[in-house]
Design a protein around this ligand. Structure first.
Ligand SMILES: C[S@@+](CC[C@H](N)C(=O)[O-])C[C@H]1O[C@@H](n2cnc3c(N)ncnc32)[C@H](O)[C@@H]1O
Length: 258
């Protein structure tokens, strides 16, 4: 999957591209990211890309010319022009369903705004898919673009070590929130790991997780847990442990009763 980031601050991505899962995905050519600066398409001697809004008001707007020219150039840099996305608070709010549909795209161009945003004719003329990361305002579109990249690369085959992990997370196929999870130690500050997770009975563990997931979703998101986005069973939630034995909460191995 290829991302082209169109921004006034390409260096903001510097450290982000060099860490963790994304770095590994880039190194393994599972993901490609190119950065472009609108300023390189400015035509005046000051390389200006913004101007005051007509009608007055605070702040500056990103002008049409450098954005249109930059997009046109970037689209020509690969066999397919790619899907154009504008990060904007006025866009469709990002959720896992939208992430899943975008994960099928081989190439995305992400338009990151700054200042008071873009001249409206950029939206009208380029007709991008407009995406918001939530009802609040960030200083620019770079962090929202990172959020989009973070969500999408998890669905690129091979990026996650364990391919099942994105399937069983909150908002995945079940539409539910994930069940609570625990690791060692068994006791911490008077809080204990639920006994069922220590008994090695994977049928009971799956039942407990299903119930906990339903309860958490009902409690925090409300609604009917048997709605179309929430299938009635999560029986596939807990894959059988490889080879039978599983690890108990204290680190000792416990036989899987089947
Ligand atoms: C300070 S914001 C401009 C906000 C704009 N004046 C408004 O009131 O809608 C600058 C840029 O940050 C990005 N941005 C801010 N909040 C965002 C959000 N919730 N989702 C996506 N992008 C956002 C957009 O690219 C936007 O053009």
């Amino acid at each position: 999957m290829r991302f082209d980031l169109l921004t006034l601050f390409p260096d903001l991505f510097e450290s982000y591209l060099q860490q963790s899962l994304l770095k590994k995905a880039l190194d393994r050519n599972l993901v490609e990211i190119q950065r472009w600066n609108f300023r390189d398409w400015a035509t005046d001697k000051h390389q200006s890309v913004d101007d005051k809004p007509y009608g007055g008001g605070p702040g500056m707007l990103i002008r049409c010319e450098p954005v249109f020219d930059c997009v046109e150039f970037v689209q020509r840099q690969a066999p397919q022009p790619g899907r154009l996305i504008m990060l904007t608070p006025a866009g469709r709010t990002l959720d896992q369903r939208l992430v899943e549909s975008l994960a099928c795209e081989p190439r995305l161009l992400l338009l990151c705004g700054r200042y008071e945003g873009f001249d409206e004719r950029i939206r009208l003329g380029l007709a991008p898919l407009e995406i918001s990361i939530g009802d609040y305002i960030t200083n620019g579109g770079e962090v929202p673009a990172m959020v989009l990249i973070e969500t999408l690369i998890r669905l690129v085959p091979g990026v996650l070590g364990d391919e099942t992990s994105s399937r069983y997370e909150s908002f995945a196929e079940s539409g539910r929130l994930e069940y609570p999870q625990y690791t060692r130690p068994r006791e911490y500050h008077g809080m204990s790991v639920p006994g069922v997770l220590l008994n090695g009975n994977h049928v009971e563990i799956a039942r407990w997780r299903e119930a906990a997931s339903l309860e958490r979703t009902r409690e925090r998101r409300g609604g009917d847990s048997a709605s179309p986005t929430a299938p009635r069973t999560l029986s596939g939630l807990v894959p059988p442990p490889p080879g039978g034995p599983s690890e108990s909460g204290d680190g000792s191995r416990v036989a899987n009763p089947g």
